[in-house]
Design a protein around this ligand. Structure first.
Ligand code: HEM
Length: 725
């Protein structure tokens, strides 16, 4: 990463251990022995340890206190540094420098997370993902503490402890970990009808993203944009849309990965940045002038509602890119503290009752998690000057000179800033109201947008939601819970409720009191966010490809495919029976990156099997056949050339599938399984990589299918359910 204000700010804190830097105590004295406690001993006999050993006591005491409380929610996460650039000024609605000055590059830190699991839980569980962005602006830190889902379970912060208690492990046995599939979660969802819209999102493929790099981010709450020179205030929702497209795992894969590679998302983020494929999001704002706030049939301050794009379009004005991994997890990612209350001049809050509570909660929880001076920690401190009369407290770092620590003072030390000097201007909002515990009338409608979401799903997304609800309710053993939940689903769609009832073991409902309105909206289905749908070129950059080889593989095919995919930005790995070198039929040695047992197909986006004599032995390896069948079951692109076609055919020859045959070299693309039996020379497979539908050469057809992420037609036509994986 090119140096920026934030990396320069943190540089003095960075220590570089090396063999020329001797070991010292925390107070700086060099230590000669860090292995044996000072004791009263002789050469023959070990005697008692002495309390006197400063070095020994310090080492143990520091270790004893290494742990701090994990976050009460969003405990598991991964973060990275990057930059934010604006390509269009929003000066028509705000005076915030970060949203108006197109010449700026603003440093950022982003932390992604799961919500329910503890810090050591798995990355790929079904859950909402946190998407928290800290902009180190010239006017102070601005935090968007968002999620990958644009709505929330509750409308009022007062309900937050309830929704989280209901989702976290049940208090008697402390199970299940990092999962919503249990009685308490679904009991709450039924009784708390305002959660209906959000649980539909969580049960959709949005709940199991393929990568943090391939999910959207939303500020969720309604904020405001203001201008210092007066003028109308605008309500705003913030959006981040990944340029790689929005993609998800499939459920079987997510379940397996949770055990096979619990750090899957963390590693994916780290690797992509390390390899220079920087994750990038378009940044958008949805704007509603104050004068239009009552125009809609939902309340724009209700965090359980989206603002349909047909009513209020998203205006993309900037770009967020992550380009530097953290140097140390604890000091940077774990100690990062986001706070919705962090806004800079030109950006403000709305009266959204969820946001108002959050503004209290983050600051408060960070007091116990990190201590009162958490804003001074390197990752948290702003890049602009900080000066005030806040003093002292545990672990105060700043040394403030002078005899005055109050205002007003006789010397006018630290005067408040005027708005024209960049001071934060509170918007003069007129409030005439009664003091009472009440929401606006529109807050009481809870099903319309859940219906809108369901109606806007594609066929495959609907079937995944049915399967997800079927799985979750199968894990509830109290009939009161799963039977009532099916009645709730009737409020969304009778068809949905009937399909889930069958799986959940509930009576099948035949009518609903809440007819589905039949409306749809764009921007809800994740198919609206494939690169193609967004007008971006298809890409296989950073896709994980496994090439399977054994002794006797065809080196020319292997090399040609590997080189072409790597040149297009894919991360290509060779998987063999062992990590010791494997020999090709023409004598070349290749040391595989992994062996069949060390990795699984779940960790890759696609498989390729080159031709060669190795195929005869691979066809007798159950684990290899399972690799192919599992990739087939998970709808991944599979490629095979020459003799490799026979292996793929044996693993997934079911009705409806066709494979390339004969020496003619014809390429067959059958449900994303691309085979070319006749291609035995590199000439046939090195004709470049135009990733377009209906490509004629093996590489183009194969790469196009990888770029499509998954071939869901395979699943829709029932082919995946005919294979054991
Ligand atoms: C719009 C709904 C919400 C969203 C999008 C959201 C998002 C997030 C995210 C992304 C984090 C992780 C921050 C990090 O990476 O360090 C987080 C943490 C947290 N959230 Fe929320 N949250 C929401 C609602 C709430 C509410 C209503 C409350 C409380 C009233 C709350 C309290 C907390 C707390 C206490 C943490 C832990 C913070 C820490 O220890 O640093 N959240 N939230």
């Amino acid at each position: 990463m090119a140096s920026n204000q934030k990396s320069a700010d943190m540089a003095p804190e960075i220590r570089e251990p090396s063999s020329s830097v001797p070991l010292t105590s925390d107070f700086g004295a060099k230590s000669t022995n860090h292995d044996i406690w000072l004791s009263a001993s002789t050469g023959e006999r070990k005697g008692p340890a002495l309390l006197e050993d400063n070095f020994g006591r310090e080492k143990i005491m520091k270790f004893d206190h290494e742990r701090i409380p994990e976050r009460v929610v969003h405990a598991r996460g991964a973060g990275a540094f990057g930059t934010f650039k604006l390509y269009e000024s929003a000066a028509d609605v705000t005076s915030a420098g970060v949203l108006t000055d197109t010449s700026r590059t603003t440093p950022v830190f982003v932390r992604f997370s799961t919500v329910l699991g503890s810090r050591g839980s798995a990355d790929t569980v079904r859950d909402v993902r946190g998407f928290a962005v800290k902009f180190y602006t010239e006017e102070g830190n601005w935090d968007i503490v968002g999620n990958d889902i644009p709505v929330f379970f509750i409308q009022d912060a007062m309900k937050f402890p309830d929704v989280i208690h209901a989702g976290k492990p049940e208090p008697d046995k402390e199970v299940p970990q990092a999962q919503s599939a249990h009685n308490n979660f679904w009991d709450f969802q039924f009784l708390h009808t305002e959660a209906t819209h959000m649980f539909m999102w969580a049960m959709s493929d949005r709940g199991i993203p393929r990568s943090y790099r391939m999910m959207q981010g939303f500020g969720v709450n309604t904020y405001t944009l203001t201008k210092n020179d007066g003028g109308e205030r605008h309500f705003v929702k913030f959006h981040f849309t990944p340029t790689l497209g929005v993609h998800s795992l499939v459920w079987d894969e997510a379940l397996k990965l949770a055990g096979q590679d619990p750090d899957f998302h963390r590693k994916d983020l780290y690797t992509a940045i390390d390899m220079g494929v920087y994750p990038t999001w378009k940044f958008g704002i949805q704007i509603c002038p104050e004068s239009r706030q009552d125009e809609f049939d939902f309340d724009i301050l209700d965090a359980t509602k989206v603002w349909p794009e047909e009513l209020l379009p998203v205006r993309y004005i900037g770009e967020l890119q992550l380009n530097k991994n953290v140097d140390e997890y604890f000091t940077q990612t774990e100690q990062a503290a986001f706070c919705t209350a962090h806004v800079v001049p030109g950006i403000g809050f709305s009266d959204d009752p969820l946001l108002q509570g959050r503004n209290f909660s983050y600051f408060d929880t960070q007091l116990s998690r990190l201590g009162v001076n958490w804003q001074e920690l390197p990752v948290n401190r702003p890049v602009c000057p900080v000066m005030n009369n806040h003093r002292d407290g545990q672990l105060q770092h700043k040394i403030t000179r002078g005899s005055i620590n109050y205002w007003p003072n006789r010397k006018s030390v630290i005067p408040p800033a005027k708005p024209e000097e960049g001071g934060y201007l509170d918007y003069p909002e007129k409030v005439v109201a009664m003091k009472q515990r009440l929401h606006s009338v529109k807050f009481s409608e809870h099903f319309s947008q859940a219906q809108l979401f369901w109606n806007s799903m594609s066929e495959i997304e609907k079937s995944h939601i049915i399967a997800a609800l079927g799985f979750e309710l199968d894990h509830c053993d109290d009939p009161v819970v799963y039977e009532r939940m099916v009645t709730r689903l009737c409020d969304i769609s009778l068809e949905l409720a009937q399909a889930v009832a069958e799986k959940a073991g509930s009576p099948t409902p035949t009518k609903t009191a809440n007819e589905n309105h039949g409306l749809t909206a764009k921007g809800l289905s994740q198919l609206d966010f494939t690169p193609e749908a967004m007008g971006l070129p298809a890409t296989i950059a950073s896709r994980m490809i496994a090439i399977i080889i054994g002794d006797g593989f065809n080196f020319a095919e292997y090399e040609a495919v590997k080189a072409a995919l790597s040149a297009a930005g894919a991360f290509v790995f060779t998987i063999g029976p062992k990590r010791q070198p494997v020999k090709s039929s023409t004598g070349q040695s290749v040391a595989p990156d992994h062996h069949f047992e060390g990795m699984r197909s779940t960790m890759f986006d696609s498989l390729y099997i080159p031709g060669g004599e190795h195929v005869a032995s691979l066809m007798k390896e159950g684990r290899v056949i399972h690799w192919v069948r599992e990739a087939f079951g998970h709808c991944k692109a599979i490629g095979a050339t020459g003799e490799g076609v026979a292996l793929v055919k044996m693993a997934c020859e079911i009705e409806g599938m066709t494979f390339s045959a004969g020496a003619s070299g014809e390429v067959v693309d059958s449900y994303g399984v691309v085979t070319a039996a006749g291609i035995g020379t590199p000439a046939g497979i090195t004709e470049g990589l135009r990733m377009v539908k209906g490509a004629k050469t093996f590489l183009e057809a194969y790469a196009f299918n990888i770029s499509q992420h998954r071939n869901f037609k395979r699943e829709l036509d029932g082919l995946t359910s005919m294979v054991a994986y």
